[in-house]
Design a protein around this ligand. Structure first.
Ligand SMILES: Nc1nc2c(c(=O)[nH]1)N[C@H]1C(S)=C(S)[C@@H](COP(=O)(O)O)O[C@H]1N2
Ligand SMILES: [Mo]
Length: 262
C-alpha cells in the first residue's frame, strides 16, 4: 500500500485539516489536538497504514477532502459506527499504556473486586452504588474494535461488557446532560459528551479477550469507546458523574507531557 504522509501537504492545507478535525471534537479533545498536533505535525499518526489500515491510504490521503470525510467521520463522528474486526485481527499481546511514570502495568491500581462499589453522582435518579456482581448481571455483548492512541500506536482488541446506554437507562440518568465524567482508581479522569455515552458501541467493559479484565487493562472495568481515541477510554473506573459542567480530563489538567520529544 502506498504510504503518503500529511507532511507533504502545504502548511495551509494542514491548518485546514486541523481546523476540520478540531471542529468535530469536544472541547477537551480539541485543546489536546490543537496543542499536540499543531506543535508536532502529528497528523501523520492518524494517517499511516499502521493506524488506519482498514481504509485505503490512497483514497484517504488522495486529497484533503476525502481524508476529511472518511477518516474523521469514522474517528470522530459520534453517530458513525466504528469498524468491527474478526477474531484473527486481534493484536496479541495488546499494548499497555498509562499516564503514570514509569509506564508499567505493575503500577496499575490493585482493586479488590469483592468490596468494589461503583459510585454514581450527578444527574441520575438512582445513585445507589453498584457492586461488580450486580453490574455484570446486566446483558452483555462482545465487540472487536481498534484502539488508537495518539502517541502513535493502534491495536485491535476484544472487549465484553454492558452497553453503556443500557446502564445509563438503568440508573435513570438525565440524558439531556452534556457530559459523563469518569473518575478512576489511579486518579485518571476523563469525560465524554452524551451522544458518545449513548453510542451503541460504547461499552462498560468487564472482559478483555474473554478473560476477566486484567489489572493492566483496567480492572474492574473500563469504558470502551471505539469512536474515540485511546485516552477517552478510562480504565479502573471508580466513579461516574453525569452533569452539565465541563470537567475536562487528566491531560487538560496536568498538561501534555507525553508529547515531549516523541
Ligand atoms: N485510568 C486510566 N485510564 C486510561 C489511562 C490511564 O493512564 N489511566 N490511559 C489512557 C490512554 S492514553 C490509553 S492509550 C489507554 C491504554 O489502554 P490499554 O493499557 O488497555 O492499552 O488507556 C486510557 N485510559
Ligand atoms: Mo493513549
Amino acid at each position: 500500500m502506498q504510504r503518503r504522509h500529511i507532511e507533504r501537504l502545504s502548511e495551509s492545507d494542514r491548518k485546514d485539516i486541523l481546523k476540520e478535525v478540531s471542529k468535530r471534537l469536544d472541547l477537551s479533545t480539541r485543546r489536546l489536538f490543537l496543542k499536540g498536533f499543531a506543535s508536532l505535525g502529528s497528523l501523520t499518526l492518524l494517517t499511516g497504514c499502521d493506524v488506519v489500515d482498514g481504509l485505503s491510504t490512497e483514497r484517504m490521503l488522495g486529497n484533503v477532502s476525502d481524508f476529511n470525510d472518511r477518516v474523521q467521520a469514522w474517528l470522530f463522528n459520534p453517530a458513525a459506527m466504528a469498524r468491527e474486526y474478526p477474531e484473527s485481527a486481534i493484536t496479541r499481546p495488546f499494548p499497555f499504556n498509562s499516564f503514570y511514570t514509569p509506564n508499567s502495568p505493575d503500577k496499575s491500581p490493585d482493586v479488590d473486586g469483592s468490596t468494589f462499589k461503583l459510585e454514581i453522582t450527578g444527574m441520575a435518579v438512582d445513585k445507589t452504588p453498584w457492586s461488580l456482581d450486580r453490574l455484570q448481571a446486566l446483558p452483555q455483548f462482545t465487540q472487536i474494535t481498534r484502539h488508537i492512541c495518539i502517541e502513535g500506536w493502534s491495536a485491535i482488541g476484544k472487549w465484553t461488557g454492558v452497553r453503556f446506554r443500557d446502564f445509563l437507562t438503568r440508573i435513570g440518568a438525565d440524558t439531556s446532560a452534556k457530559y459523563v465524567t469518569f473518575r478512576c482508581s489511579d486518579n485518571y479522569i476523563t469525560s465524554i459528551d452524551m451522544p458518545t455515552a449513548l453510542h451503541a458501541q460504547t461499552q462498560l467493559s468487564f472482559k478483555f479477550d474473554d478473560e476477566i479484565l486484567p489489572r493492566r487493562y483496567g480492572y474492574p472495568m473500563k469504558l470502551r469507546v471505539p469512536t474515540k481515541l485511546g485516552f477517552k477510554n478510562p480504565k479502573h473506573i471508580a466513579g461516574i458523574e453525569i452533569g452539565n459542567e465541563f470537567t475536562g480530563g487528566y491531560w487538560e489538567t496536568y498538561g501534555y507531557n507525553w508529547f515531549s520529544g516523541s
